[in-house]
Design a binder for this molecule. Structure first.
Ligand SMILES: [Zn+2]
Length: 391
């Protein structure tokens, strides 16, 4: 990965280039990234630049033996650690190294710009929440004391470092305190408040912010070969999230599925209120929906609930004569036109709270069948309490 392929500001690239030119490369750095930014790409480009034997003032050469190995993410002194879990293929003792093939594939497919949801889908890990586990930490401790094979710097890139448990974080702390030779740790995190404060205090902070709308529009219109107006729409739909925008095709399919589920969930909730008879509460469609949601896997369940939050916000805005703020696909817009009165200022906040609580419950491994049944029952009550005709 060259700096020229990385979708962050030139100032940020220059800042990192200067650390190399001034021989002030800090051995442990925290790339504190806003969601959807090209932090992983930047970390790889930085490591490649440091180890390039013919680097220029602007970039790595791209052709020296080190650069060639970096391009294939196959340099023996480049280590990746990332959240992982047991899968259909890896049935025990999972660690990052078990998934290097999938990791190289997704990095290649997306130019190293993807979300944790994308990665969980790639691993197809159903209901498990991926984590950086004890095997990974042991591997880091081992590799850290070993001599580099050939590079000047051994590089450890730890992606989504917030997925290290605090117990494991304490073990890692030792490495960060006592670096061995020319070792570079780059931890990438989107949620610093989930990292141990003692870890954060050991790391040089590099902030990676979302591009401003002007830069975002330039990048997206170039990468997707779309018009400026289209790119402005995408900026507003994705909240300047580059990963979402550039993987938009897949995202659109996912959103279509989520939309179908959301409609079905609200129809189920509405019927509960409408029929009022507990004997008739659970309809075949509701049962099918709950079964489908159960099989989604936790990351996709959360992604569905986050999508439900977005549609809830759209309903509330439509009720406040703020439809101009609502960007929707034509399918969503047609449905919202009829449905939006049911989620309004009387019950909107409570609906959002219920969805947020469901996200927390997914994270805490509450049984999905119970969780989504409860959610539908609560939504039914809330739709009823928000109905103006019953006030
Ligand atoms: Zn090179």
């Amino acid at each position: 990965m060259l700096f020229s392929d990385v979708l962050v500001s030139q100032e940020l690239k220059q800042l990192l280039i200067n650390t190399v030119r001034n021989q002030r490369v800090s051995h442990a750095q925290l790339f504190s990234a806003q969601p959807g930014t090209h932090a992983l790409g930047l970390a790889i480009a930085y490591a490649q630049y440091i180890n390039c034997s013919h680097r220029t003032d602007a970039d790595a050469c791209g052709v020296c033996p080190s650069c060639v190995k970096y391009r294939n993410l196959a340099h023996p002194d480049l280590y990746f650690f990332f959240p992982n879990a047991l899968t259909a293929r890896v049935k025990k003792d999972n660690e990052s190294a078990s998934f290097y093939q999938e990791w190289r594939e997704i990095c290649k497919e997306t130019n190293a710009l993807f979300s944790l949801d994308d990665w969980s889908e790639k691993l197809d890990i159903a209901n498990k929440q991926p984590a950086i586990n004890t095997n990974d930490i042991s591997r880091i401790l081992e590799a850290q004391i070993a001599k580099p094979y050939e590079a000047e710097y051994k590089v450890f890139i730890i992606w989504m470092a917030e997925k290290i448990s605090s117990k494991m974080g304490e073990k890692l702390l030792k490495c960060l305190e006592e670096p061995d030779g020319k070792t570079l740790f780059i931890l990438i995190s989107e949620n610093n408040d989930q990292l141990l404060p003692t870890i954060i205090s050991r790391l040089q902070l590099v902030k990676i912010n979302k591009p401003n709308t002007e830069d975002f529009v330039e990048i997206v219109s170039r990468k997707l070969s779309c018009s400026r107006d289209e790119a402005i729409d995408i900026a507003s739909l994705t909240d300047n999230n580059l990963s979402d925008a550039l993987n938009r095709k897949e995202r659109e399919t996912t959103e279509q599925h989520h939309f179908g589920r959301f409609v079905s969930m609200m129809r189920s909730a509405y019927r509960i209120y409408y029929f009022k008879d507990p004997e008739k509460v659970i309809f075949p469609e509701t049962v099918a929906l709950i079964k489908e949601l159960e099989t989604l896997g936790r990351e996709r369940q959360k992604s569905f609930l986050r999508y439900a939050l977005v549609l809830t916000r759209k309903c509330i805005l439509s009720n406040c004569n703020a439809s101009s703020l609502v960007k929707s696909s034509s399918e969503e817009a047609a449905w919202l036109a009829n449905f939006h009165p049911f989620i309004n200022i009387r019950n909107g906040e409570a609906v959002m709270n219920a969805l947020n609580e469901a996200i927390t419950n997914v994270e805490q491994n509450v049984h999905a069948g119970i969780l989504f049944t409860d959610l539908i029952l609560i939504l039914g009550q809330l739709i009823r309490s928000g109905d103006e005709r019953l006030q």
